[in-house]
Design a protein around this ligand. Structure first.
Ligand code: ZN
Length: 384
């Protein structure tokens, strides 16, 4: 799930910041010209290429090439590490789309979906107008040590500390690097997640309401193009870019239409979940006119199910027994799970606080006070 940024190199980052802004400084306003990008193509190509190369971390791609590299998170109060990154710099100019996953390193379907995009022919440089920044695995320590929800090195969620802090612990420093290298350089960002090791999740996207009508309309189009028909409306995300907290929100508060999507769940990776996410990204590249997609692939979701979510947290330590599957439609007051103690004595029956859809439910017996038991989606009107 989503809910849940050095010392020697600080100087290098500070120097890199303004340079990046200069090279890609037109990014923030780019979405406003996307709709007319076809008409502009001739004029753009007739001019000198504004971005003959594109660099993220150690990956520098020439126009029409793909480059592999890392974003180095410098050592600070704890160890540094490298975040892998691929830059696909399309044969023709266009929008810069960043696709990031693995903030939670055991949400495997989302990680594999971005890895699959690296070699998907539809996203090959020759077929691309614009640039893809692909970051499949932010939380390398979590992946290596099978740790759900957090970076085991500092016990922080890697989707909670944006825009990051170069003087903080590893998660804070990594978030700062991603803000500089990825968010500041892109026009749009998609953050991919999924059910973590303990979450039995049905697929859905989030649509963030920033209050900027034009930006929200554009991001709504991206979400509908992505193709998941259940969409959570996020109205309460921070508005301050200096305290953006989430990755998507770091891009959104910088004026870049962006969204988050989730698929995949506890247990072995389902290839359908992986494809659902990677295909969704390709559909968005069609919507952004970065690729020429078949018409059926850029048809937006016809009947989206808009929901507002309520998180049900455990008040108890105990053993959890789910009583409904993911995606169940439950009535208000319906029993969704039982909590027992380690000697099989009942502690509590968990009831749905409202009628709604089980967006995800705890998949494993382990339960402690404060853990999320379920996320309940309450169906709401289509937002205007
Ligand atoms: Zn997640």
């Amino acid at each position: 799930m989503t809910h849940m940024t050095h010392t020697l190199l600080v100087a290098a980052l500070v120097v890199a910041g303004p340079a990046n802004a200069g090279h890609h400084g037109s990014a923030a306003g780019h979405h406003e010209s996307v709709a007319s990008s076809v008409g502009w193509t001739a004029a753009v190509t007739a001019q000198a290429d504004a971005h003959p190369t594109f660099t993220v971390g150690t990956a520098t791609a020439q126009r029409g090439q793909k480059a592999y590299g890392v974003m180095h998170v410098p050592a600070g109060s704890d160890a540094g590490y490298d975040i892998p990154v691929v830059v696909i710099h399309g044969a023709r100019p266009g929008p810069v789309l960043a696709v990031v996953s693995g903030a939670h390193g055991t949400e495997y379907a989302s990680i594999l979906s971005v890895e699959a995009l690296i070699d998907n022919p539809a996203a090959a440089p020759a077929n691309l107008s614009g640039t893809l920044i692909l970051v499949p695995l932010v939380n390398v320590p979590s992946f290596e040590r099978l740790t759900p929800h957090v970076n085991p090195n500092d016990n922080k969620s890697m989707n909670s500390r944006y825009p990051g802090d170069p003087n903080g612990t590893q998660t804070d420093r990594a978030s700062a690097v991603i803000t500089w290298e990825v968010v500041e350089q892109c026009d749009h960002l998609i953050d991919l997640h999924g059910g973590d090791l303990d979450e039995n999740l049905r697929p859905y996207s989030y649509w963030t309401v920033t209050g900027n009508a034009k930006q929200d309309e554009f991001s709504r189009g991206m979400v509908l193009a992505f193709g998941l028909d259940h969409i959570i409306i996020s109205r309460e995300r921070p508005k301050d870019p200096k305290a953006s907290r989430f990755l998507e929100n770091t891009a959104s508060t910088r004026g870049k239409p962006s969204f988050t999507a989730e698929a995949g769940r506890s247990g072995p990776v389902d290839a359908g979940d992986v494809t659902m996410l990677s295909d969704g990204v390709l559909k968005v590249t069609g919507y952004l006119k970065m690729t020429r997609r078949p018409a059926r692939d850029i048809t937006p979701v016809a009947k989206p199910v808009w929901v507002e979510v309520t998180s049900i947290a455990s008040e108890y330590n105990g053993v959890f027994f789910p009583r409904v599957p993911r995606d169940a439609h439950v009535a208000k007051g319906a029993t969704i799970g039982l909590v027992k103690d380690a000697l099989n004595r009942p502690i509590a029956e968990i009831k749905a606080p409202d009628a709604g859809i089980i967006m995800f439910i705890r998949a494993l017996p382990s339960l402690k006070q404060g853990d999320t038991i379920a996320s309940l989606g309450v169906i709401t009107q289509e937002p205007k």
